[in-house]
Ligand binder design. Structure first.
Ligand code: IMJ
Length: 255
């Protein structure tokens, strides 16, 4: 199926084969879009090039979202190369390891700013530049987590950052709605990635979710990719400002 034919879509946050962004990228490409992929470091460039070599003419651009200048350059280059943008998949988050490991109360000022900057603020500045290229309307989708709403062991500063991100989604959806741009979040159940390997308690939470979710299975990057295609396509043309659980129903369970 080609739900994204003739659309130019920016995907941010692809690093390796285990990235959730990789599951999303494959679904977006399969649905016929032209992908523009931004990566953070020169090391990521090699992986991203190799991963996307069979894609439909992808454009690869370096962008570290901690730099306003790099974000501005990213969108200038997109304007130059494709002109119009129809969608953005924002799959970026980062906190310092120590700030996730230590008790929440010991979060440092620097660590708090860093997690908020990369994981929540970046959506605002990316949306600001994206809107100028979304002249036919558009759709912006980001990734959240249940830890924004409920306390999850070890999630700590990222819980605060995802809560901020979900609030950003609502305020951006309200401001960009009148110019035909929708903004939504997907909140996936736990997925094993390279970055999840360093997280204490991850394996325990992953196992509990698999055992207790109504559908009794774990979530795959392709599940998230299919939801992203829904949000980025006209199938969701009247949906904005929501956070959608793609978690096999785990969030409805109490004890
Ligand atoms: C993260 C911490 C604690 C519990 C967790 C997670 N569970 C899940 C995650 C149960 C699913 C993964 N998650 C939803 C995240 O948002 C992870 C973000 C993250 C991961 C790292 C690891 C490496 C690093 N910094 C990070 N920053 C953010 O250095």
């Amino acid at each position: 199926m080609q739900n994204l034919a003739n659309k130019n879509i920016l995907l941010m946050g692809l690093r390796n084969k285990s990235s959730i962004a990789w599951g999303i990228a494959k679904c977006i490409d399969a649905h016929g879009a032209r992908l523009i992929i931004s990566y953070e470091t020169d090391k990521d460039e090699k992986n991203v090039k190799e991963l996307t070599k069979d894609f439909n003419n992808p454009i690869l651009i370096k962008c570290d979202v901690s730099s306003d200048l790099e974000i501005e350059n990213l969108f200038n280059e997109i304007k130059e190369k494709v002109g119009v943008l129809h969608g953005v998949a924002h799959c970026i988050a980062h906190a310092n390891k120590e700030d996730m490991k230590n008790n929440f109360i010991y979060t440092t000022r620097e660590g708090y700013s860093h997690a908020m900057d990369i994981s929540a603020y970046s959506l605002i500045v990316v949306s600001k530049y994206a809107k100028d290229l979304m002249i036919d309307g558009g759709s912006i989708v980001t990734l959240s987590y249940y830890g924004a709403e409920k306390v999850m062991a070890g999630y700590n500063i990222m819980g605060a950052a995802k809560a901020a991100l979900e609030a950003n989604v609502k305020y951006l959806a309200n401001e960009l709605g009148p110019i035909g741009i929708r903004v939504n979040a997907i909140s996936p159940g736990p997925i094993k990635t390279i970055s999840s390997k360093v997280i204490n308690d991850f394996d325990n939470i992953y196992e509990v979710v698999e055992r207790k979710s109504p559908l009794r299975k774990s979530v795959t990057p392709t599940d998230v990719g299919n939801a992203a295609v829904f949000f980025l396509s006209d199938l969701s043309s009247s949906v904005t400002g929501v956070s959608l659980f793609v978690d096999n129903g785990y969030n409805i369970i109490g004890i």
